[in-house]
Design a protein around this ligand. Structure first.
Ligand code: URA
Length: 438
């Protein structure tokens, strides 16, 4: 099959991009909708993706591609929900931010009616974390989803395959054609799902560092700028925060353990890095709705101390079938009973605890999945007893593993040992929040 529509010939479109040309909206519409309908085959889109990878896309093309992908399937109508906001992180380890930020936003009078994903490979997913509450479900009818968002200000469902289906197909193809790490393709992939999800405002947490897609701050800034610009084209308000992802956020990685840390943070007793990030993202959401930043920061911080964000979280867990008693007593959450420790081989300073190694260790212990649909163990994980910058004596415990009957323990220990660096002198303190783009 050679034609993507009556008007456009697919080889001509591939040739145009190969030679550095710029696509019109109509051309992208023909190509992508032809592909989504199964009329343009994988091999032609593979060639086109590689041409995009090598020649890039202009801001206009990236925005057009995103709109075409967003329109390739169902689009959520959030109707008359007030002050809607969505949040997206480009993926991290120990990143339980959504569990804390979303009830904070609800407590601040914004509405979060959001789709979230499951974890894959070394990164975790919000739905998996929430399923640490037995009975909690991510499957709500559209009516119940909207009603709950009206009542509580917070409702969360799993990613629908009918939402931006072009992205699902393109992503699978990018994965096997070495075209994942391409800025316009990443930006359009993320933003197509956000636009189709319907929220007026989107706050983005763009991770930068060893454990992230974007390894340098400049690359992270460029991705953030591309996504903010797409939002502007689509008449949405998008603001991005660039954050360090060399080391995991907070002290805990693994589903139930992360929920416990999120609950501590919602009580105002969380680790500083995690608390700061949640407050910073809440400020962006409020600022997008015109609030003064200093006032927004004070209001956001207050939700973690006056019980209002925790109350929203409790109501949200209960509304989606979870037991609210576990919100009040996080020790009731299932945590695997096995313990093992990694100690400092010599005295010095913790220089590095590699995020990717921690993510892979959780995966090895059974807390993540290699393939979609695999069952996971919510109770296993890794605790960063010490964080980078802290002084240690030889033999001090730096990392603790939570395992079940030793499953995956040897591999996890090896990964963590490889990812741990103890240095003679204190490393330079790294900032968590590196920049903002709006
Ligand atoms: N996340 C996405 O949804 N798409 C990408 O291309 C990369 C990260």
């Amino acid at each position: 099959m050679t034609s993507s529509s009556d008007t456009f010939n697919t080889p001509d479109l591939i040739r145009k991009k190969r030679d550095g040309g710029q696509h019109s909206h109509a051309e992208l519409q023909a190509l992508i909708s032809g592909y989504t309908r199964g009329e343009v085959p994988d091999y032609q889109i593979s060639a086109w993706l590689m041409a995009v990878y090598l020649k890039g896309m202009t801001a206009q093309e990236t925005a057009d591609l995103t709109l075409v992908m967003a329109g390739s399937g169902d689009q959520m109508d959030l109707g008359d929900l007030p002050r809607t906001v969505d949040k997206h992180s480009t993926g991290g380890v120990g990143d339980k931010t959504s569990l804390i930020l979303t009830p904070m936003l609800a407590a601040l009078g914004l509405t979060v009616a959001k789709m979230s994903g499951r974890g894959l490979a070394h990164t975790g997913g919000t739905i998996d974390k929430l399923e640490s509450f037995p009975g909690w479900t991510s499957e709500l009818s559209e009516e119940r989803f909207i009603a709950q968002a009206h009542d509580i200000g917070l409702a969360l469902v799993g990613q629908s395959k009918d939402l931006a289906p072009a992205d699902g197909k393109l992503y699978a193809l990018r994965d096997v054609t070495a075209t994942v790490d391409c800025l316009p393709l990443i930006a359009s992939s993320i933003m197509s799902k956000k636009l189709a999800s319907g929220a007026h405002t989107v706050v983005l947490d763009v991770k930068v560092g060893a454990g992230a897609f974007m390894k340098t701050l400049d690359d992270g800034r460029a991705l953030a700028r591309a996504m903010v610009d797409i939002g502007t084209h689509a008449s949405r308000l998008v603001r991005a925060v660039l954050t360090d992802m060399d080391t995991p956020l907070g002290h805990l990685a693994g589903n139930s353990l992360e929920v416990q840390e999120a609950l501590a943070t919602l009580r105002g007793e969380g680790p500083e890095d995690l608390t700061e990030l949640c407050v910073a993202l809440a400020v962006e959401a409020l600022a997008a709705y015109g609030e003064d930043e200093a006032a927004a920061e004070a209001r956001a911080r207050a939700t973690l101390h006056d019980g209002s964000a925790l109350a929203k979280f409790r109501a949200f867990v209960e509304a989606q079938g979870g037991n609210p008693a576990l919100v009040d007593d996080p020790n009731l959450l299932d945590v695997a009973p096995g313990r093992a420790e990694i100690t400092a081989p010599s005295a010095g300073f913790v220089d590095r605890i590699d995020a990717l190694s921690v993510g892979r260790a959780v995966l090895a212990l059974g807390g993540g999945r290699e393939r979609k649909g695999e069952a996971i163990d919510h109770g296993v994980g890794v605790e960063l007893v010490r964080k980078p910058g802290e002084a240690v004596a030889a033999g001090d415990v730096v990392l603790r593993l939570y395992h079940r009957d030793g499953r995956g323990l040897e591999v996890a220990q090896r990964l963590l040992t490889e990812g741990l660096l103890i240095a003679d002198s204190a490393p330079e303190a790294e900032k968590l929040i590196l920049d903002r783009v709006f």
